[in-house]
Ligand binder design. Sequence first.
Ligand code: SAM
Length: 445
Amino acid sequence: MTYQTKLPFPAPKIHAPPENADYRTRLDAALRQNFDFHGHDTAYAAHNFHSFPAKFPPQLPRLFIEWLTAPGEVVLDPMSGSGTTILEAMLTGRRGIGVDIDPLALRLGKTKTGTVSFEAADRWGARIWQQAQQRLHHQPDTLTAAMDTFFDTETRKFVDYWFLPDTQRELFALATEITHIPEPAIRNFMELTFSAVIITKSGGVSLARDLAHTRPHRVADKTPRSAIEQFKKRLKKNLRGLTQFFHTPGHADLVASNAQFTGLRHHIADLIVTSPPYAANAIDYMRAHKFSLVWFGYPLKTLTNIRRKYIGGEATVGIHFAPMPPHAASVIATVNRLDAKKAKVLYRYYTEMTFALREMYRLLKPGKAALVVVGSSTMRGIDTETHLCLEEIGQTVGFESAGIAVRRLDRDKRMMPARRNTAAASQIEARMYEEYIIGLYKPAH
Ligand SMILES: C[S@@+](CC[C@H](N)C(=O)[O-])C[C@H]1O[C@@H](n2cnc3c(N)ncnc32)[C@H](O)[C@@H]1O
């Protein structure tokens, strides 16, 4: 089932690629474009269903997809996050394949690229909040008792710490109704709408101050809004997102796997556009995502185990470190002189990215490109030079570098790092507003 009310679809304005140019010339020219996209509409189609830190402006993958692939070809994002690349692949008639390890990211990608009937979603939405409201009114004690068996002790403690008892009952009533929806696409859509009520900049209906961007801080005297009212509001907004969607010849698949060893068959992709997590867990996806995932039956322990497999985690025991090329080795050594523990964390990141880049090389067809978008990180005041190190590591696994493009981030849309006063620190801080697009080309022969 598809839905379309707003045609023609507001396609982003992107310059046309050079005519009759060969692939390498187009790749080089694409990397010289302006990637700032400030003031562009980034919320069209389903792109704004749910907040997600460090998500692409859709114009970024769109440019590479349009310049470097033809309709019907496969566009892969092995760390697909909120699914921006695969949604753009789909909207342009390509086949998107997204891989991620994070349960919320997988649901988000599925929902954004799935087709849901507006009428059915609208009907189910009203039913969910009405039934939830009735249960709250008539059976509050039954709800509380059901929560006691639903959560294990550790998860219950977490829920008690971050949510007031009234909010818990509201959320549990909503989540229970959502679980009863038989159609997976609609259930996913509702789960995300539910999740968007919790993971917000204001910390939503939890006692956290900000869940969309930073480490959650508990605000004891916060009076959270009614979860049911927030769900109703968000539902309206997400349904509006649906009405902008339109039928496309493309489609997308989501695969729950590890970007380092995806299990996908080799030479599957005509293009890769992806962005790995920042070094050293600078954005901890699970820290926020568990606030909504616990309501769908994920025990805290399971989520902690999944989190260990994220690229860029802090634990270093049991890691088999890969040999590093000279520049990456020297950055790790510089950090090591100041802080041996942090250096190991960075070493883990570059090791995992070695495997992830090797996997991308395997999955890509010869004569095609991977675009890897990374931000800057600092460790003990040392710039990790992630873009240069990943370019170098990419070359060690067989890619040719096609160069690195710089993208200025929109300050209004970024989380701000804490201010420091030294000149060196402010230089680094300035670089926090830049992102790098590493162009990696897999030679044809
Ligand atoms: C920077 S985000 C990607 C954002 C994405 N470009 C977007 O537009 O939403 C990085 C993603 O990498 C995922 N990730 C971390 N470790 C992973 C792994 N080992 N395998 C696959 N995905 C992983 C995280 O769950 C997160 O969704």
